[in-house]
Write a protein that binds this ligand. Structure first.
Ligand SMILES: Nc1ncnc2c1ncn2[C@@H]1O[C@H](COP(=O)(O)OP(=O)(O)OP(=O)(O)O)[C@@H](O)[C@H]1O
Ligand SMILES: [Mg+2]
Length: 268
């Protein structure tokens, strides 16, 4: 049988040169004897915005956790800038320049916005004033409301705090797990625009997204994971135009609606 993984090269469309961060044949899991990732590969090149999409339970969050030392990698490796960082502790990875925003419970609700951001910089508190100023540039609301408790914020605002906290250490690569989950369409758009802006400012990004179409629209490249394995990869646009990817992972309804919209005369 031809598997989906054999239908494409592992890092289709990737730029030349060494990746900044890579997962190589990563096998990982939570329970003894049960592997969730069965040999996953991913590369992020300097300046890239890379998406990970796939069905629920495919192992997307697990792959991000494997990159950030939060689930044990049983075989394979994680490499940052040529250094093997497999199973290194998260606090050490933060010092090396990796930022991680988890899918859930990503703020300290009883702390204020400012205190949440201080937590992001606990390894070098002396830089707070500088970093806070840089962050407020991207998230002006957080500056205005710095004394508000994170627990009293809306979902979108909490997501901002979580992303801002990860940015406090000025990471070279940011790992985002479903930053748009649970947000209204307008707030989702804001999240995608902000993600793009952070990327344009020079931060390489890996983003896991439930909203696969939007993810493919904003990403340079993306990986489709299925059942703990690489299924497809390529440039965002190419994946959106791949009938197999559409059929299996994006749903044909949205394509039909897009076609109907395109066929409609202007103003109709
Ligand atoms: N802490 C855990 N202990 C045991 N199994 C877990 C744990 N976290 C996740 N799993 C299992 O690992 C598999 C992959 O989960 P993961 O959270 O990586 O999927 P996902 O692709 O991020 O899904 P979703 O789109 O729903 O967020 C699932 O079968 C899940 O039940
Ligand atoms: Mg997940």
């Amino acid at each position: 049988m031809t598997t989906a993984a054999s239908q494409t090269t592992t890092h289709a469309g990737a730029p030349d040169g060494d990746p900044l961060l890579s997962a190589r044949d990563v096998v990982a899991g939570y329970l003894p004897g049960v592997n969730i990732l069965g040999g996953c590969n991913l590369e992020v090149h300097p300046g890239e915005l890379v998406g990970i999409i796939g069905p629920n339970g495919a192992g997307k969050s697990t792959l991000l956790k494997a990159l950030f030392g939060l689930v044990t990698v049983r075989s394979g490796s994680v490499v940052l800038d040529g250094d093997d960082i497999t199973n290194e502790r998260a606090d050490s990875l933060v010092r090396r320049g990796i930022g991680f925003v988890p899918q859930n419970n990503n703020v300290f609700p009883s702390l204020t916005i400012e205190e949440n951001l201080q937590m992001g910089l606990y390894q070098s508190p002396g830089r707070f004033a500088d970093r806070f100023a840089a962050i407020v540039d991207i998230f002006p609301t957080l500056g205005d409301r710095r004394r508000q408790r994170a627990g009293s914020l809306s979902g979108g605002e909490r997501q901002m705090v979580a992303m801002a906290r990860a940015l406090m250490m000025d990471p070279s690569v940011l790992l985002l797990d479903e930053p748009s989950a649970g947000l209204s369409p307008v707030r989702q758009d804001e999240t995608f625009i902000r993600t793009r802006k952070i990327n344009k400012a020079g931060v390489s990004i890996v983003i896991v997204e439930q909203n696969a179409r939007r993810c493919l629209q904003i990403c340079d490249r993306a990986y489709v994971l299925d059942q703990g394995a690489n299924a497809y990869s390529g440039r965002g646009r190419d994946l959106m135009d791949d009938p197999k990817v559409v059929e299996l992972y994006l749903g044909t309804l949205a394509t039909d609606v897009e076609k109907a919209d395109a066929a409609r005369p202007p103003g109709a």
